[in-house]
Write a protein that binds this ligand. Structure first.
Ligand SMILES: [Ca+2]
Ligand SMILES: [Ca+2]
Ligand SMILES: [Ca+2]
Ligand SMILES: [Ca+2]
Length: 432
């Protein structure tokens, strides 16, 4: 039994070490959809346009990973089709092919040749706010963290191409200015010949080119993006939340938003030397809306206290979930202890602040919460034991269960003021 858990634990630890990044290639997992009805007609149109010996190409990152993507671009409740193909030939480059069903017949509305042999990502955004989506495409270059960007605008049954000089590692879209349609934020990792940075782009008034509304430097230590989000970063402010992974395998968070007063792209980097304002962390915990108030919180995670020379136990983690405010200060939303090894968190009650720790015993699959005072563990308060048996172990009470694990609880006899009831522990305990 112990062995099985250890294997499980090992798998967890392996998957947690090192950075996983967004945008890994899944080319070999993808197959075109089976052709039925419209799909058969689209497939046959692609075959005709792309010619003999062509190959379909799949965007390697982002939300749209099919060679042929169906999307209602012009908001008439009927989907259009966007395909990527590589024609046969020695110096062939990938084409983007846009098709629409006009008068009941699938037709080409645009076919453009890129300068690339691979597609990084496909996206749809409404930059001019006219209800018709623009097609945003990132093309791979020889440098893995640099993609070339082009935009395609659908107008009166044809597509117009806007080529740009802009390159990026990832592109995000959203209404960052709180008016007049969406904008794009281009994020670039540090690479040879390019500094880490972000630029906010908008389509100009006569829809002929992308213009910059502002730029900001980003942390050059970030080597991959672990999680990218667009959402509310404080009351009334949309921004980009960038969880990054550093070369040394740590995680950090940067926020980007457009400051309308100064007309500038601002970055918040959480690098103050205080717990609530220090997002650099060794744990793979990413920003999220932890309290469901619509605003994304940023985690600051640390190891809990343990005696300096102690090696038979490992301290669990402490996570401060923080929210940015419009005044520039940081608000503590919640404080949790967390066991990444066993996949649970525990809300820290106020009376525990500064007085507790939680230590993991990997041999016995236990996490025990203790009083902590004068740099030492004091009374044991309770133990959470994780087993693969179907019910709580003898002397323990069941806390919760998953398909493969049972979390059992033992509360110790103690005079400590930190002692909690089983109901309180049940309330504070949550699976990740
Ligand atoms: Ca349509
Ligand atoms: Ca539009
Ligand atoms: Ca806008
Ligand atoms: Ca929130």
């Amino acid at each position: 039994m112990k062995k099985k858990i250890s294997a499980l634990l090992l798998a967890v630890i392996i998957s947690l070490t090192g950075c996983s990044s967004v945008g890994l290639s899944v080319d070999n997992l993808m197959h075109p959809p089976k052709a039925v009805g419209d799909k058969a007609e689209i497939q046959s149109l692609v075959d005709t346009v792309a010619g003999e010996g062509h190959t379909l190409k799949y965007p390697q990152s982002g939300n749209f990973r099919s060679a042929i993507t169906m999307k209602d671009i012009d908001s008439d409740s009927v989907e259009e089709a966007v395909a990527f193909y590589l024609p046969q030939g020695d110096i062939a480059t990938v084409h983007i092919l846009v098709m629409d069903s006009i008068d009941g017949k699938w037709q080409t509305v645009g076919d453009f040749k890129s300068q690339s042999t691979a597609v990084d990502s496909l996206n749809f955004c409404d930059l001019d706010g006219n209800g018709i989506l623009e097609i945003a495409t990132s093309w791979k270059t020889y440098d893995a963290s640099v993609n070339q960007f082009s935009l395609y605008i659908y107008e009166e049954n044809s597509i117009r191409e806007i080529l740009t000089e802009y390159t990026s590692t990832n592109v995000l879209s959203g209404d960052f200015t709180d008016e007049a349609g969406e904008e794009l934020i281009m994020l670039s990792l540090f690479s040879e010949g390019k500094d880490a940075g972000a630029v906010l782009l908008d389509l100009n008034e006569n829809k002929s080119e992308l213009t910059s509304l502002g730029s900001a430097p980003l942390n050059p230590d970030v080597v991959s993006y672990a999680k990218l989000q667009v959402g509310s970063i404080f009351e009334g402010q949309t921004g980009a939340v960038i969880d990054g992974c550093t070369k040394s395998g740590e995680y950090n968070t940067q926020l980007l938003y457009f400051n309308t007063y100064y007309s500038s792209l601002e970055r918040i980097a959480f690098t103050e030397n205080v717990p609530y304002n220090q997002a650099l962390r060794s744990y793979p915990v990413m920003s999220e809306d932890i309290n469901n108030d619509g605003i994304i919180e940023v985690p600051a995670a640390f190891k809990l206290n343990i005696e300096k020379d102690r090696t038979d136990r490992d301290a669990a983690a402490s996570i401060y979930w923080c929210q940015q405010t419009s005044s520039g200060t940081v608000l503590l939303i919640s404080h949790k202890a967390a066991s990444f090894a066993y996949g649970f968190t525990f809300d820290i009650p106020e009376k525990w602040e500064g007085n507790f720790t939680a230590l993991t015993d990997y041999n016995n699959n236990e996490v025990t919460f203790y009083e902590w005072s004068k740099d030492k563990t004091g009374d044991a308060l309770f133990t959470v034991k994780i087993s693969d048996s179907d019910e709580a172990l003898e002397g323990y009470k069941e806390l919760t269960k998953t398909d493969s694990r049972t979390y059992s609880l033992k509360i110790y006899e103690s005079d400590s003021s930190l002692i909690l009831t089983q109901d309180e522990i049940n309330d504070y305990f949550k699976l990740m």
